[in-house]
Structure formats: structure tokens, C-alpha cells
Ligand binder design. Structure first.
Ligand code: ADP
Length: 364
């Protein structure tokens, strides 16, 4: 590789060999095989390199930096080591930018079989958790029947028009769009398919999303026109299915899965919300709806299990206040649960992107 110096005992292969001992969490591969090691330079015992992840720099990644530094430092002849960490979020291999959202790298639909399982709560906290660790994120509320993103994110100022494009409101750098901004309060949406299709197109094409690594899309519950419209309009990177642990919820979740399969949308995995109750007084855990149902169901169906979020008064109260828990610094167990969920989703996105077959969107 050209940088090998004859008068030193050290060469690049030796460095790469020790780096091969480090695994990319979320993948069963080491960081060298995954092609994450970049800009490796050797000069007189000075070694510098970058580790470039294709997911945001979640907290666990800092451990990788230390591991890499320690391992390289122990090689004979090394006097100085510098490992920089960076992230360059991947997009689908071989795919062309979509005309409606040409600067969006990934679209993640968050879906559920039925309402009330916490799909919007998960969408908002997922978006925040991805953004908190460096990703550029948008959150599109496609739940026209119960748009909750403005309330959840505490962002009530309607979008403004600028040079013919809708400027999305932003909360902590997350760009938001919701039908809630355009509907008179307390008015019900009774649109049919074509209107919904138009809304989906406008929310994608007329909104100035800018550069996005992830556009998180909060879908209405069930398997209706919006889901169809979305899958026909843009090739989704994948869908996250949210379910509570009860058998019934899982049964309807499997209908959502079947729909995405039919539409050729990859299933990123299943997340279990209201997984268990952690008592805020005594700390005791109570598996109100049974526990582990979604994990078992995802294993049975062969989809990744993305994590479990507890049933917690804090989650409910912070959502109502427009201050989703994921906005916290990340040390509380609940905030950590959302970070882990975001890590799992991001890993699945990068796995889907690494597959070479382009995403297919079904034409009408
Ligand atoms: P959906 O989008 O599936 O209809 P929401 O996200 O709107 O569901 O959640 C429904 C209600 O349940 C909201 O009041 C929300 O605050 C609450 N909720 C969601 N997830 C949790 C949780 N893990 N713990 C406590 N309350 C929750």
C-alpha cells in the first residue's frame, strides 16, 4: 500500500491484523473486514487512522476508539497512535437518489398493526436518539388520522413557505412535518386514497428537508392507503414494527409485516413497547402484558428484535409535555433503552444498504 517503510519493523498489515480483533457492534464482522478503517498512515512509529462508521457515533463507539489505540500502541515500533472517529451514514448500495427527496439517504417507516401501542412515541424518540449522536434527521408525521408529532415534540409553530417550498419547523436540529400543522383543530380527516397520496407526495417533495441521513416516517396504524402510497412513491429503506407484548397486538403486527413484505419493503425489525413496568417507587419490575412476546415473535418470523422500551410514567408525561425522554443526556435507563433501539435500527439500515439488490417499489 505504498506507505510501508523498509527501515521500520512495522507495516500496515500488522496494524490491520490487530484491528481485525475489533468487532463492529451490531454486525458479526470486524471493523477491517467491514471496510471501516480509513486513512491509515505510518510514519516513523507514528500511526494515524480513522474509523468511519456508517451509523451515528453512538456511545459504545468510543470504546472502539480506545480499543484500537491500545491495540496499535502495543505493536513493536509504535511510538504514537492517533485514531479519529467519524461517521458517514450509508445509503442503499447502487440506488439512485429519488426525485422527490434526492438528498435523503434513508427512509425509515415506523408502523404498527393497531393504534395506541406507542408508535408515535417510538418514532419521536428514535428520531431524537439518531440525531443526538450526529445524524441529520427528519421526522415526518404521516399519521393523518391522529397527527401527534407537534405535541410530542412541543413544536406548535406552523411551517413557513419560502420560495415555494415548505420550511419544516426544527426541534434540536430535527426537521418536522405533520398534517397537524395544516388541519383546523379538532377537525377529522376524511380523505380518500388520492388525497392521501397527494399529501404523501407533498410532504416528501415540497418540504425543504435539506440533507438527511434518516427520514423517520410515523405511519398511521394498520395497513391502509398511506402505507400503500408511501411504498409506491419512494423506495423505503425499511420498516420498524412497533408492538406491545400481548398476543393480540403481535397478531395484528404480523399483518403489518405481511403488508410490507408484499410491497417489497425490508423489515428492519420489531420493537417491543410497554415491554414491562418499572415501578418508579420501589424499582420492582412487573410484566403487565406478559414479557418477551415481541422478541419471540420476531425470532419465530426471522426478523431482528430491535429492543424493548418499558412502560413508564416518565415516558408518558414527557411526551405530553413535548419533551420526549430521549432528549435527556442518555444516562437514564429509559433514555438508554431508546439509544439502544436507535443503534439496532441504524445497524439494520446499514445491513439493508449493504445488500446489492436495489430496493423495488411497486408501481400502481
Ligand atoms: P400510537 O402512535 O401507537 O397510537 P402513541 O405513541 O400516541 O401511540 O402512544 C399512545 C399513548 O401511550 C400516549 O399517551 C403515550 O404517551 C403513551 N405511551 C407510549 N409509549 C409509552 C410507554 N412506553 N410508557 C408509557 N406511556 C407510553
Amino acid at each position: 500500500m505504498g506507505l510501508f517503510k523498509k527501515d521500520t519493523v512495522l507495516d500496515e498489515d500488522q496494524v490491520l491484523e490487530v484491528l481485525r480483533e475489533i468487532r463492529d457492534p451490531g454486525w458479526d464482522e470486524d471493523i477491517v473486514t467491514r471496510g471501516l478503517v480509513k486513512d491509515l498512515k505510518l510514519a516513523e512509529g507514528n500511526v494515524s487512522l480513522a474509523i468511519e462508521f456508517d451509523t451515528p457515533l453512538f456511545p459504545g463507539k468510543l470504546q472502539i476508539q480506545h480499543q484500537a489505540e491500545d491495540k496499535v500502541r502495543q505493536l513493536p515500533g509504535v511510538t504514537r497512535v492517533s485514531v479519529s472517529m467519524r461517521s458517514n451514514i450509508s445509503t442503499r448500495a447502487g440506488s439512485e437518489p429519488h426525485a422527490l427527496i434526492p438528498r435523503t439517504r434513508n427512509t425509515i417507516a415506523v408502523a404498527s398493526g393497531k393504534g395506541g401501542v406507542g408508535k408515535s412515541t417510538v418514532s419521536a424518540n428514535l428520531a431524537i436518539s439518531l440525531g443526538k449522536y450526529g445524524a441529520r434527521v427528519g421526522l415526518m408525521d404521516a399519521d393523518v388520522y391522529g397527527p401527534s408529532v407537534p405535541i410530542l415534540m412541543g413544536a406548535f409553530e406552523p411551517p413557513i413557505m419560502d420560495r415555494g417550498r415548505i420550511q419544516p419547523p426544527e426541534v434540536r436540529g430535527i426537521k418536522l412535518m405533520s398534517m397537524g400543522y395544516f388541519l383546523p383543530k379538532d377537525e377529522a380527516v376524511i380523505w380518500r386514497g388520492p388525497m392521501l397520496h397527494k399529501m404523501v407526495q407533498q410532504f416528501l417533495g415540497d418540504v425543504d428537508w435539506g440533507e438527511l441521513d434518516y427520514l423517520v416516517i410515523d405511519l398511521p396504524p394498520g395497513t391502509g392507503d398511506i402505507q400503500l402510497s408511501l411504498c409506491q412513491t419512494i423506495p423505503l429503506t425499511g420498516a420498524v414494527i412497533v408492538s406491545t407484548p400481548q398476543g393480540l397486538a403481535l397478531e395484528v403486527a404480523s399483518k403489518a409485516i405481511a403488508m410490507f413484505k408484499k410491497l417489497n419493503t425490508p423489515i428492519l425489525g420489531i420493537a417491543e413497547n410497554m415491554s414491562y413496568y418499572a415501578c418508579s417507587h420501589c424499582g420492582e419490575r412487573d410484566d403487565i402484558f406478559g414479557h418477551g412476546g415481541a422478541r419471540r415473535a420476531s425470532q419465530k418470523a426471522g426478523y431482528p428484535f430491535l429492543g424493548e422500551i418499558p412502560l413508564s410514567t416518565t415516558i408518558r408525561a414527557r411526551s405530553d409535555d413535548g419533551q420526549p425522554v430521549a432528549l435527556e443526556d442518555g444516562n437514564s435507563p429509559i433514555s438508554r433503552a431508546f439509544t439502544e433501539l436507535a443503534e439496532a435500527v441504524a445497524s439494520q439500515v446499514s445491513k439493508v444498504n449493504a445488500q446489492t439488490t436495489p430496493a423495488i417499489s411497486i408501481e400502481e
